[in-house]
Structures are given as C-alpha cells and as structure tokens.
Design a protein around this ligand. Structure first.
Ligand code: SAH
Ligand code: SF4
Ligand code: F3S
Length: 457
C-alpha cells in the first residue's frame, strides 16, 4: 500500500521504497464492464498501480463482476476461491470486488467472502484510491453509492485490449427501463449520458493512438441525450463520431426495439464507416410474454423494426438476445419465439435460460414456474435453430469479397489473421503480407456457424 508520499508500507508496517504497485484485474459481464475496468485502471494508475497480467505478481487483485444471471455470479464465486488461495500464500495481497455483484450484495459480500478487502459499486470507482488505502491498513472498505451524474467523462481509460485496433467507448451509464426480469437498473442506477465533447475527445485520442474501430456503448443507446443549449440525440452523436475519419469504423450497442428510430438507420446508410450490424434484443417472440417482461413493444412492432432495417440497410446483419422459460411461458409462446427467429433470420444470437434475480419486479410478483428441464429443452431448441440460421447467414458470403479489419493473429494459427467484416462476422484468412490494423479485401471460400474463412485478394 502507498501512504500519501508514495512509499510502500509493508504488511508489518515498515516503509520501503516502492518500485510501484501492481494490480491484476479480471472482468466478467458485459462490454461496459470491460470499459469500466479500463477506467479503474486509469484511476489507480495515478496512485502508482500498473496493470499486470499475472495474478501471482499483483499487490491488488480486482474482479469486476456481473449479476445478470445466477451463473454469472457463480463464476465470480469460483474465481474468488482461487484468489483466496493466493491470499493464503501471500497474506499482503488485497482483493477487491467491483461492479454489479458488489452493488447487489454490498456488505453481505464481506461476510460471505472473508478474503475480500474491498467492495466497490459501479459509480464509486473514483473512491478506489482511498478505499484501497483503507483496506491496506486492515479496514475493510465498502462504497456502493449510486450516482445520478457520474459518467467518468473526464477519465481517459487505460486500454487493456491488446490488439490496439478496436476499443469500447461508453457514451452513457445506467438504465431507466424496468424490464421485469432484469437486475441492471438496480446495479447500475439511473440512465445518464456523457457529454459529446468528452466522447469525441476520447475517440480522438484512440484514433491518434492508431485505433481503427470504436464501439459506442450504452444499455439503450437510442435514449442517449445531451442537453446543453442544443440537444444532441443518438443519431447526431453517431454522425459526428462517423465524421471523425472515414478510416475509423464505428459500431454501437445496444439498441432497444421500442426506441430505435429510422433516423439512426438513415445515418448508418449515409456513412460507409458505420458498420452495418445492429444488435436488437427481442427476448421473446410472444407479445403476451413481452408484456410481462415489460419490454413495451409487441411482436408486430419488433417485426416492423426489422422491416425498416431491411428496407433502409439491405446489407445489415441483425443479432439479438433471447430468454427461454420466462415466467408463465407456454409451449405456444416458445413456438412464437422460434417462428420469429425463422422470420427474422438472425445472423447471431445470445441465448439464455431465464434466471430469477433477487429484488427484480419479476422476482417479487411472478412465479418462476417453468420447470428447469423444460427451460433447458426450450433453450436447446433455440440454440439449435440459431445454429442453422447462423450457418445460413455465413454461407451467403461464400464466393463474395468482404472488407475485413484485421484485429489479431488467429488463435488457431500464427499464419492467419482474424478480424471482422462490417456485418460483425469473425473472419480468418492467411496473413501473407498483411498485418493487424489493416483493412483487407477477403474473398470468402468457406465457413462454420461461427466464422468465415477466406483469402486476401
Ligand atoms: N440493455 C440490453 C441488455 C442488457 S442485459 C437490452 O435491453 O436488451 C443482456 C441480456 O441478458 C438481456 O438482453 C437479456 O437477454 C439477458 N438477461 C437479462 N436478465 C436476465 C435474466 N434474469 N435471466 C436471463 N437472461 C437475462
Ligand atoms: Fe435490463 Fe431492460 Fe435496461 Fe436492458 S433495457 S438493461 S434488459 S432493464
Ligand atoms: Fe452484468 Fe452489470 Fe453488465 S449485471 S451485464 S455487468 S451491467
């Protein structure tokens, strides 16, 4: 631990000159958490902490957590067991839990996980230096206050993505929707947007550092709004980001079917560097269930959004999120989900079994009444169908040439590059003379349900 003069205080309290501290950060959950971990790294860097990829070398082990489903929390508990063992070996090491599980469980986490020294909610990261100092003196530290304003707008995140090509940029935090199954509004607080200036500054910095792609992040980007004289809405922000450089690819997530406007689609159509890929979570194909989920759209409305995308952006890929086995879901509701999937022909989907989350509206008012084996079977049917749809979607590219932004050396072979096309499809191809960060025209020769394969032209 450092005291205010930057000296290291050993566990026995003796000061020694420090070569700097090392922090190890593990991130679970959504892309926003990836970005938050980078914000945390930046806040602690000012205190002399450098990121290490080796847990065994860290003075501070942080885990950024997710509460969205029970199995997300179980994975975190598993990792905490590993960290506890490390602390047995090296009692001086501090362990901190950040993010949504910290927010949900608060002090309870300290009782349940004795090895944990600090618990920090998503809006309290500026307090981390103080909390770490307190924890270093043996005081367990908790700060889980949510804020109406915090967006960490002025903090320039320390990029921990190793490819140096593609990065996430948060444009807003929190969520004002109250989908009945969802914990996010309670762990992340109310929705707030970040000023366009700070967003543009951050992206300008990324471009100067050689980045070629940014993904603008928010739980519901369509409700982005910044008022300061003029109002800046999401389409305006998107347009301004796209104008930074034609060589910068722009992506965004997540769109909400109730709020996505045709204006956004027209902005996408007007800018070749805005990637033609939309993540539009449907959750269920049954209007009755959508109502119980409080999604505030119907099956018909969702399909009308799909029609608008197809009309304005004929080459756009569409991905989604689907929940199987939400409260009262019948076989007929489930069949409607499958039929909607077929009708839309999603290119990709994240598919989940409903997991009741404590203190959500659904947990309070509805019975989690679909038996586990039925949930599993329905999820499997959804996964199987999506497997077919994903394969068909990839097969449509065979024989065509598509522009890939090369992001990394393929995990499977050092001679292959891996990147994505505008439609967000992972593509691998022989490296030849190309390198990461380059746009490459790739002729697609084959595919699996997950990946396109091809050769550079
Ligand atoms: N803001 C985004 C998604 C946030 S959470 C949106 O509105 O769509 C990511 C996904 O997790 C959700 O789309 C949903 O499919 C899933 N999810 C959220 N809560 C869940 C729960 N209790 N059980 C299962 N899946 C859940
Ligand atoms: Fe959760 Fe709904 Fe908000 Fe998405 S929009 S984060 S699903 S409450
Ligand atoms: Fe999980 Fe929190 Fe993201 S619950 S999905 S880490 S906002």
């Amino acid at each position: 631990m450092t005291d205010s003069t930057g000296f290291r205080i050993d566990v026995n309290g003796v000061k020694s000159v420090s070569e700097g501290f090392r922090m190890y950060i593990e991130t679970f959950g959504c892309q926003m958490n990836v970005n938050d971990s980078e914000v945390v790294a930046s806040i602690l860097a000012r205190e002399g902490y450098a990121v290490t990829p080796h847990m065994e070398q860290a003075d501070l082990i942080l885990i950024n957590t997710c509460s969205v489903r029970e199995n997300a929390e179980q994975r975190v508990r598993g990792r905490l067991n590993v960290f506890r063992m490390e602390k047995k070996k090296r009692p001086g090491v501090l362990i901190g839990v950040m993010g949504c599980m910290a927010e949900r469980l608060k002090e309870q986490l300290l009782e349940e996980e004795k090895a944990v020294d600090l618990v920090v909610g998503p809006d309290a990261y500026r307090e981390l230096p103080q909390l770490v100092r307190n924890a270093g003196t043996g005081q367990k530290a908790v700060n889980v206050l949510l804020s109406r304003e915090e967006t960490y707008a002025d903090i320039s995140p320390v990029r921990m993505d190793r490819n140096g090509v593609s990065s996430f940029v948060s444009i807003m935090r929190g969520c004002n929707n109250r989908c009945t199954y969802c914990i996010v509004p309670y762990t992340r607080g109310v929705e707030r947007s970040r000023s366009p200036e700070t967003v543009l500054d951050e992206i300008g910095g990324l471009v100067a550092a050689g980045y070629k792609e940014v993904t603008l992040l928010g739980q519901n980007v369509d409700s982005y709004r910044w008022k300061n004289g003029n109002t800046v809405s999401f389409p305006r922000l998107l347009e301004t980001v796209a104008a930074i450089s034609p060589a910068l690819r722009v992506r965004f997530a997540t769109s909400h079917p109730k709020d996505m406007t045709e204006e956004v689609l027209h902005v996408m159509a007007a800018h070749p560097n805005i990637c033609k890929s939309i993540h539009l979570p449907v959750q269920s194909g049954s209007s009755r269930l959508l109502e119980r989920m409080r999604r505030r759209y119907t099956r018909e409305w969702y399909l009308s959004r799909i029609d608008a995308i197809r009309r304005i952006l004929p080459d756009c890929s569409i991905s989604t999120d689907i929940i199987a086995g939400f409260c009262t879901e019948t076989e007929a509701d489930h069949a409607e989900t499958l039929s909607l999937m077929r009708q839309v022909q999603f290119d990709y989907a994240f598919m989940f079994k409903y997991s009741e989350r404590p203190n959500t509206p659904a947990a309070g008012k509805m019975k989690d009444d679909v038996p586990e084996n039925v949930k599993s079977r329905r999820l499997q049917e959804i996964i199987n169908l999506q497997g077919e749809l994903s394969l068909e979607s990839k097969q449509r590219f065979i024989g065509k040439t598509t522009e890939i932004l090369a992001e990394s050396i393929s995990k499977k072979s050092p001679d292959q590059l891996s990147g994505r096309n505008s439609q967000n499809m992972v593509t691998v191809f022989p490296k030849q003379r190309h390198t990461t960060g380059e746009y490459v025209q790739v002729r697609i020769t084959g595919c699996t349900p997950a990946t396109l394969q091809g050769t550079a032209e």
